[in-house]
Design a protein around this ligand. Structure first.
Ligand SMILES: [Zn+2]
Length: 718
């Protein structure tokens, strides 16, 4: 909204246009917050970003504070300035007065010690600010502080509904001075949070509402130990004044509306009142509620208690003794709460433990301030293998073609992804194969289609060899072994010509084209059954299905349009219970087609298998008891699991596979798995992070310990 006032020239679009890029500063240090005015908040914000500055708190569309690389940058601003353009509207005037009250407090404080600074929240004579526990909230998942959809982590822009609940009742009215004192304290608390982590680029967009109600306050002791009876008395009439149905659920609607209207990453609602509360300050779900008196801490400490409550809303856990905190994980990244005073080890001063403006490393990570979000690993592909010694090797390639290895050696995970391990060159793609002689082969396709190979035998990696066996230029590799440990390495050239290098006995055949008159193919996949019949499937460049099978002593040769197969995008053969071979195909319209071979006979292709007619992709892994696990990614990006535990019987697709309380809800496009020698499955997915800083190539990990799946972990091994 613009405030064009009498006698003021409207700021013309031309004045405010950014026609050139300002010279970029080399220093990363920033000015303090500078109070600025604008007639066009969008243009002002864009201009400040061009200067590499940032709005930290926007109080109204007319008045805000920003940081700039240098004080001299203020002179470059055309879309905002330090002088106001004319008289202020009501809310801008509150913000203006509050900002100056805050500045006056900062100046005065230089000489006056704050006697409560650094006192634990549960110090004798003081009450701590609370967080609503899951039990208080009745198990409604959307209201959990950790996992609240509008405040998963504190990175980016946040819309705040700042609602001051005044009253016509005696003693419950906010005077103008008390209103600006409240806003000044909120500014001070949020200023701390906006500057606590530069990489988080936190900014708050205020939506100030001053509401007066005439509700009669409840009698003393009415509130009891539940938040709702006292909250509802003032909350519901205020929600009604704001245009929402008068009930608690409307808070979520309010928060969603704040986020949408202000086009921010996140949102929450902050209430201040003089009405009785079950506790003077608490937070839960999308809101915090605070009394102006602020318990025994007093109004001068509202900023610290408020910052504490906002931290709760974004996933931070309490750390003071009376909260009964423990080391349990909290926040989007599920970070252990190790600075909780009840958790063993060293402790440091922290906003979640005491009345102070500092944040410990655990709280920082609970707020999402971690390289896992600032600088995530973005993988195209992950390939795990397990060797005879139960070592796990997990190979990955990121979107920049950097190859990585992590692993578990002698039961200990390395804990990090090793980039360019053993001097691996940039690779577009890797394939890994374990064979029955306990050799691990890694085949990588370089950015110029050169084949690179590394082989681990006798528990030692070799060095990377380029152009292994004078390989032709290749676009992809498929490698597998039969039960006699003959190793097949198929390479597909960029023109879809197929080459084979086969290891039999003690030697490699060298690369051969035209093996059994192989047609040009897009992909190859194979399975060996327990009778050592080998089935090698190929998808032609026109999506025709081919099969070359080895049964008994002879090869069938490549069979065109095998078994009247439909045209397929991809094919996945897998071995199930009782030596049944299953072949899953994804059709051109993503229809799932199945063919299986039981007692030496193929069923023929059929569709409509299972309850999900269409799939984006599927992945299969067989456990040590021959149970076949089939993971599918539906057209909606959800993960499904189907298991074959009894001959020719499947459990059916289990949707949303992972963990019931999992709030990552990853939307995947890639999934892979391996069972280790103890039959423990390890599953990796790559998918979309649906939230801010969203990305298409986020890595997730899930594994099972005993009967319990751990649940998806975001950015595992970082
Ligand atoms: Zn708390």
């Amino acid at each position: 909204m613009l405030f064009l006032l009498a006698g003021e020239e409207p700021m013309s679009q031309a004045i405010c246009e950014n026609e050139y890029i300002y010279s970029l500063p080399t220093s990363l240090t920033m000015t303090n917050d500078i109070l600025l005015f604008t007639l066009d908040i969008t243009a002002a914000s864009q201009e400040i970003q061009l200067l590499r500055g940032r709005i930290t708190q926007q109080f109204t569309p007319y008045i805000f504070v920003a940081i700039l690389p240098d004080m001299s940058d203020i002179d470059k601003l055309k879309c905002s300035r330090e002088q106001q353009y004319g008289p202020l509207d009501d809310k801008s005037k509150i913000a203006f007065d509050a900002w100056h009250l805050f500045q006056a407090k900062l100046s005065a404080k230089k000489d006056i010690a704050d006697l409560t600074e650094g006192l634990p929240w549960d110090a004798p004579g003081f009450e701590p600010p609370l967080k609503l526990g899951a039990s208080d909230i009745g198990g409604d998942e959307i209201l959990r502080t950790t996992g609240t959809a509008t405040s998963l982590y504190l990175i980016g822009s946040v819309a705040m509904g700042l609602v001051i609940v005044s009253s016509t009742m005696p003693g419950l009215t906010f005077t103008y001075d008390e209103t600006i004192k409240t806003v000044a304290e909120v500014m001070q608390g949020l200023q701390f949070l906006t500057h606590a982590e530069a990489q988080a680029k936190v900014s708050f967009v205020y939506n100030i509402h001053i509401k007066t109600i005439d509700e009669i306050p409840p009698p003393p002791d009415f509130c009891g130990d539940k938040y709702d009876p006292c909250e509802a008395i003032w909350r519901d009439p205020v929600l009604q004044q704001l245009g929402f149905p008068p009930k608690e659920e409307s808070l979520v609607t309010f928060a969603n509306q704040l986020k949408d209207n202000n086009k921010t990453d996140w949102s929450f609602v902050a209430f201040f009142t003089k009405y009785p509360l079950y506790h003077f300050a608490y937070a839960g779900g999308v809101r915090s509620c605070m009394q102006y008196s602020n318990g025994n801490w007093g109004p001068d400490n509202i900023h610290k208690v408020f910052a504490h409550e906002v931290a709760h809303i974004f996933g931070a856990a309490d750390e003071y003794q009376e909260s009964n905190c423990n080391c349990d994980p909290s926040g989007y990244l599920q970070i252990a709460n190790k600075n909780c005073v009840n958790c063993a080890g060293q402790h440091v001063p922290c906003l979640m433990d005491e009345n102070t403006l500092s944040i410990c490393d655990y709280t920082r990570k609970q707020l999402g301030w971690s390289s896992k979000i600032f600088n995530p690993k973005l993988f195209k592909q992950i390939t795990p293998v397990c060797d005879n010694n139960n070592n796990l090797f997990v190979f990955a390639v990121d979107v920049h073609n950097t190859p990585y290895l992590t692993g578990r050696y002698l039961d200990v995970w390395s804990g990090s992804w090793d980039a360019h391990w053993r001097n691996a060159p940039d690779l577009q793609f890797v394939t890994a194969l374990w064979d029955y002689s306990n050799t691990v082969h890694v085949f990588g396709i370089g950015t110029d289609n050169t084949l690179h190979v590394n082989i681990r035998s006798n528990n030692k990696w070799g060095s990377w060899q380029a152009n292994w066996y004078q390989a032709p230029r290749l676009a992809s590799i498929s490698a597998f072994t039969d039960r006699d440990n003959n190793v097949y390495v198929f390479g597909i050239a960029p023109d879809n010509t197929v080459y084979l290098n086969r290891h039999a006995g003690n030697s490699w055949s060298g690369w051969r084209g035209e093996w059994y008159n192989v047609p040009n193919l897009m992909s190859i996949a194979a399975v060996a059954d327990r009778g050592n019949n080998l089935f090698i499937f190929g998808i032609g460049t026109d999506n025709t299905v081919y099969l070359n099978s080895h049964e008994g002593d002879s090869w069938s040769g490549w069979q065109y349009n095998w078994n009247f197969a439909p045209k397929l995008k991809s094919i996945l053969p897998a071995l199930g219970i009782a030596n049944t071979v299953y072949v899953f195909g994804i059709g051109m319209d993503n229809t799932v087609h199945v063919n299986f071979r039981s007692a030496g006979k193929w069923s023929g292709w059929f569709t409509g298998w299972g309850s999900l007619p269409q799939m984006e992709t599927i992945y299969a892994a067989t456990d040590n008891q021959n149970v076949l696990y089939l993971w599918g990614i539906g057209m909606d990006g959800l993960v499904y699991l189907n298991k074959n535990e009894v001959e020719r019987q499947w459990t059916g697709w289990q949707a949303n596979w992972g963990k019931p309380r999992d709030f990552y809800k990853p939307n995947l496009h890639f999934i892979t798995a391996v069972f280790d020698r103890n039959n423990v499955p390890h599953v990796w997915g790559i998918g979309v992070n649906n939230y801010v800083m969203g990305n298409n190539n986020i890595e997730y990990f899930n594994w099972r310990n005993g009967n319990n799946w751990f649940g998806w972990e975001y950015q595992w091994s970082m």
